[in-house]
Every structure is written in structure tokens, then in C-alpha cells.
Design a protein around this ligand. Structure first.
Ligand SMILES: *Cc1c(COP(=O)(O)O)cnc(C)c1O
Length: 361
């Protein structure tokens, strides 16, 4: 890594030298043949990674992808079921409110996940247009039992929107097998590419449903505008983030070269190694053991350790870790261990945490 501070927050994650180099060039014209080919390959690579019928990657962020998922599948006045394991789960309810969509929030206790049984009970009581779920909630570190919940949703029939922002590229997400209709994700987390993308994987059913809606309250967010561009990037709708496309193209190539099974196993291994070291230091995970995610750890502060002082001390040792979000602010710190990192980055992070704790007594 070129910069001296190692960014071990749950996104953006460290960007590999090969990806930085792929971006280091004069700009392409966005309809230039060579660039169009790279964009085409990027979309194809995403389609394969997400196991989607259609893939969309446009300038934006994970939140834009979440917004697009809702606005393209649910109409004003319809109701959705929001399964929430934390801050990002709840974000779907806030987004729904902004569009006049009714959201029925089913929250889990902090550190726990909503269960398939709870979802089944809800779906028996009411018909929802869609159900939203966060694969890994980055605020609580909870990985949802997606396979089980997916089975319940498939049985009941509403559209299934899955937020894979803190999972895609680090944890298996068999979109087709699970029956996910819209998988939303972004570049800067487990894919290890710089921030700047809203990414969506879509099922055939999701695309047909979008068509059936006619006019939607969105323009840049309208999939009908973007699907033809993804099919043929030589067409123009809105200028793509040219250099980021080069980065994502390289990032996907690196994922392919590593191999998905190897990559997922690496995430499991690094997470286990990091947690073992934390436990050796006497620190505990906030997340309930059965819901721990391979992509990040949420660690409880021991009594008497001040959040800001601790994180400043860790940063002084060359590593950036994140604080808690919402009700967990000041009570936990969060470490991302996803994307293109290896044992060396884990070791450096553990040493910095250990040194900071010693320094604070
Ligand atoms: C980071 C994150 C988001 C938001 O992504 P942005 O790119 O910051 O908009 C949404 N959901 C989850 C699970 C996340 O981790």
C-alpha cells in the first residue's frame, strides 16, 4: 500500500497496488471503443459474480443502490417488510418514507439477527410488495441467516431485496439459488475497489416488475434508463466514472484469479485469526457468536477505555479503525477485515490495537 495509514475500517477498504495502477492513466472518452469494451467486461464480470440475470454498475454509492432497488420495484402507497439487524437495515425504512412507501420494521435486538421464524409469522399476517434484508449489518457485525429467510420469502412470494454491501466478494451470495430479486452492493467494501459505485444484481422477475410499473419517481435512479447502457455501454445516458470502471474491472479480475472459494475461505480465516488475537488480549466481540460475519468485527471496549482516545492511539500506530454507530457509539470499535487484505494487515492491526491498549493502561 502506498499510503502509510492502513485503513481497516468497514469500508472503504485498502486498495491493492494493481488496482491503483489500473486507474493511473489519462482519461478515456466514455464512448471510446477500448473503454466500452472494459465497461462491457465489467458488467459481465459482475453478472457472473452476483449470479444475476442483469447487472448494473453506475456512479454512486451503496445507498444509491438501495434507493434504486426500492424505487424500481415498489410503488407509492405499497407496503414493504424491513428486516433490520442494525443501522443499515433501518436505512431501508428511512428510504421508504422518503418515497411514500409504507415500511413495516421488524428489528432484532442489538447483536442478534431477525430469524426465519419471525419472518414467517409476519408474512402469514400480511401481503408485502417486497422484503428487505441486510446480509451483513456493518453497525452490529451481524450476518443474517439469509438462506433460511430466503426460503420463507420464496414461499410467500414478495420481491426480495438483499443489501450485500458489506458481503459481496467476501461471502458467498448465491442470488439465483436464494431467489433474491435485487442484490445491492458497492465497490469499496469486500471487493476492495475505491468508493464510487452503486451496483445492482437483478433477477428477470425484478426487471419485468420494473417494466410493469410504468413511470417511477426517479430519473438517474431509473433502471429503464440504465439497462440499455449496461447492455451496450457505447450508448450515452450519463457519464460513467471512467477511472473507477478501470478499477472495478481490475478488482473483478483479481477476484476471478483468486477464485471465489479461496477468497471466501481467506475471509473466514482472517476473521478467525483476528478474533483469536482480540480474545487473547482479553477483548470480547459484541456480536452474538452464531451471527459473526467474516467481513468485519465489532469489539467491545473494556471498562475505562475512551473511544476517541483509543482510536487516536491506534491511528498513531498507523492503523485506522472505526467507532460504533448509533446506540453503540462509544461502546465498541469496528474493524473491517475484507477485500484484498492478507495476514500482514491483520498482524499490523492487532499490534496497533495491543500497543494502544497498553499505552492507555
Ligand atoms: C456501507 C454500507 C451501506 C452504505 O453504503 P455507502 O456506499 O456508504 O452508501 C449500506 N449497507 C451496508 C450493509 C453497508 O455496510
Amino acid at each position: 500500500m502506498r499510503e502509510s495509514t492502513l485503513v481497516m475500517i468497514p469500508g472503504p477498504t485498502p486498495v491493492h497496488e494493481e488496482i491503483l495502477q489500473a486507474m493511473s492513466r489519462v482519461t478515456y472518452g466514455h464512448t471510446q471503443g477500448e473503454f466500452v469494451q472494459l465497461y462491457r467486461e465489467t458488467v459481465a464480470g459482475l453478472k457472473e459474480l452476483l449470479q444475476a440475470d442483469y447487472a448494473v454498475a453506475i456512479g454512486g454509492s451503496g445507498t444509491l443502490a438501495m434507493e434504486m432497488a426500492l424505487v424500481n420495484t415498489v410503488s407509492v402507497g405499497e407496503e414493504i417488510l424491513v428486516l433490520s439487524n442494525g443501522y443499515f437495515g433501518e436505512r431501508f425504512a428511512r428510504l421508504a418514507e422518503a418515497y411514500g412507501i409504507k415500511a413495516d420494521l421488524l428489528p432484532a435486538s442489538l447483536g442478534y439477527a431477525v430469524t426465519a421464524e419471525e419472518v414467517e409469522r409476519k408474512l402469514r399476517l400480511k401481503r408485502y410488495a417486497a422484503v428487505t434484508l441486510t446480509h451483513v449489518d456493518t453497525s452490529t457485525g451481524v450476518m443474517a441467516p439469509v438462506a433460511e429467510i430466503a426460503g420463507v420469502i420464496r414461499e410467500a412470494g414478495p420481491l426480495f431485496i438483499l443489501d450485500g454491501v458489506c458481503a459481496t466478494g467476501g461471502i458467498d451470495e448465491p442470488m439465483r439459488a436464494w431467489g433474491v430479486d435485487v442484490l445491492v452492493t458497492t465497490s469499496q467494501k469486500a471487493l476492495g475497489v475505491p468508493p464510487g459505485f452503486a451496483i445492482l444484481g437483478l433477477s428477470q422477475r425484478a426487471v419485468e416488475h420494473r417494466r410493469s410499473l410504468g413511470r417511477i419517481p426517479g430519473y438517474y435512479t431509473d433502471l429503464e434508463k440504465w439497462l440499455p447502457i449496461m447492455d451496450n455501454p457505447a450508448l450515452y445516458f450519463s457519464t460513467p466514472p471512467v477511472h473507477l470502471v478501470l478499477a472495478l474491472h481490475k478488482g473483478l479480475q483479481m477476484v476471478q484469479q483468486e477464485g471465489l472459494a479461496v477468497r471466501f475461505a481467506r475471509h473466514e480465516r482472517l476473521a478467525a485469526a483476528f478474533r483469536q488475537e482480540m480474545e487473547a488480549l482479553g477483548l470480547e466481540m459484541f456480536t452474538v457468536r452464531s451471527y459473526l460475519a467474516p467481513t468485519l468485527s465489532v469489539v467491545k471496549y473494556p471498562a475505562g477505555v475512551d473511544d476517541a482516545t483509543f482510536r487516536a492511539a491506534v491511528e498513531e500506530k498507523g492503523v485506522l479503525v472505526a467507532g460504533g454507530v448509533g446506540p453503540l457509539k462509544g461502546k465498541v470499535f469496528r474493524v473491517g477485515h475484507m477485500g484484498n487484505i492478507a495476514e500482514a494487515e491483520i498482524a499490523k492491526t492487532v499490534s496497533a490495537i495491543e500497543a494502544a491498549l497498553r499505552q492507555l493502561g
